[in-house]
Design a protein around this ligand. Sequence first.
Ligand SMILES: Cc1cc2nc3c(=O)[nH]c(=O)nc-3n(C[C@H](O)[C@H](O)[C@H](O)COP(=O)(O)O)c2cc1C
Length: 195
Amino acid sequence: MSNPTPSILVFAGSARADSLNKRLARLAADSVGQQGGNATFIDLRDYPIPLYDGDLERETGIPEHARTLRKLLEQHNGLVVVSPEYNGFITPLLKNTLDWLSRPDQEHEGLVLFRNRVAAVMSASPGGFGGMRSLTLARQLLNNLGVTVLPDQLAIPRAPQAFDEEGRLKDSALQERLDRICARLVNTLARLGAE
Ligand SMILES: Cc1cc2nc3c(=O)[nH]c(=O)nc-3n(C[C@H](O)[C@H](O)[C@H](O)COP(=O)(O)O)c2cc1C
């Protein structure tokens, strides 16, 4: 049986132009490519979606950008979700995006989109813990949607100082950990046949 190349959608829960988490997400996408996967990095700033509102959904349906993101998710077997930490939690942007993606429409059953997907979670923060409290919640949310989340995770502390001029992590141990997680994600999806 042939194992097609796993395709992995990579995004961060921040729209900020100088987002540390987007920097980490771009690095994760590079690493996925080096580990033999096909990575697509997307910037959620390019897909603005209104705050979920059941009346809006009833009156005008799923917003166009949410539908585009659903199509992108459909085209990928895996996910890397890079989660900034706000008050020990995931960001409203990440929650809102995943909430809209979980909604059924005429073509989809909603959560079916997430089934059989495998994800890795990561975070970056100026603080000493690297936003790791958000990872437990990002993991829980993805699990609730039906995504299998790898046990390995990465939190980059003091992130404004953590990247070199090429955007790589200055601490080689952290860069190796990032590469190991991306390799595990690619290999897990390849073993599953990347359906
Ligand atoms: C409302 C708010 C709450 C925050 N709470 C935390 C926190 O609990 N832990 C933490 O490490 N950083 C916290 N921060 C700092 C963020 O980690 C920091 O702004 C980070 O750069 C945001 O991610 P981004 O660079 O990807 O946009 C908070 C920032 C904001 C705006």
